[in-house]
Design a protein around this ligand. Sequence first.
Ligand SMILES: C[S@@+](CC[C@H](N)C(=O)[O-])C[C@H]1O[C@@H](n2cnc3c(N)ncnc32)[C@H](O)[C@@H]1O
Length: 226
Amino acid sequence: MVRINVVTLFPDSFTAALGSSIVGRAAAAGLVRFRIVQLRDYTHDKHHTVDDAPYGGGAGMVLKPEPFFEAVEDLKAKPPIVVLSARGQLFTHELAVRYSLGSELTLLCGHYKDIDNRVVDGLGAEEVSIGDFVLTGGEPAALCVVDAVVRLLPGALGDHESASSDSHYEGLLAPPSYTRPPSYRGLGVPDVLLSGDHEKIAAWRAAEAERLTRERRPDIWSKHEE
Ligand SMILES: C[S@@+](CC[C@H](N)C(=O)[O-])C[C@H]1O[C@@H](n2cnc3c(N)ncnc32)[C@H](O)[C@@H]1O
């Protein structure tokens, strides 16, 4: 069982997503346990203040360090502690595998202009980005991380959903998929997939995976070729 903690100003963002589909099933089966914590619960003033103006001036508000430290201490969270951040290392399949092999994962969601950097330094946190763009808050990023991690937990996917033929699992993009009908609006299905010849189908899929990776992701292709 993996315990996943999330510290957020918007716990409601997680309710539907963590109760649905594969992630919801994994939680119901006891493969993962979620603790979603409201950052404001760790404030001590009557306005439940979580942010303040940035030192040095500038636009936007910065999330204060104290509530994050107190939330993490209250959760007695073990590493890894992850701060979702546009300046973090890119979230990849390798990182999802590493997190899925641990017993606990704690995700800290930012909002507004930034999080006080002492949260990263003082809690020994890893900063993780889900892509080269800026979100309003860390919540959608945390949901991406949770989803990618949970689907890798043994028993989370049924056989028919196996992760091993998905993109990135073997260091390549996945080949394209088709289902019935064999012809739709003048668009056909590659003949080989209708042939019933499993060896030829496997060879076609392998070749397509290589072609797509080479064409679309030369960065991944060059790693694969090393
Ligand atoms: C408006 S953003 C802050 C962006 C920050 N000022 C910067 O330029 O890097 C507010 C919060 O959204 C989250 N966030 C934004 N973009 C993200 C990304 N690409 N990956 C992960 N989290 C992100 C972070 O938690 C961040 O603290």
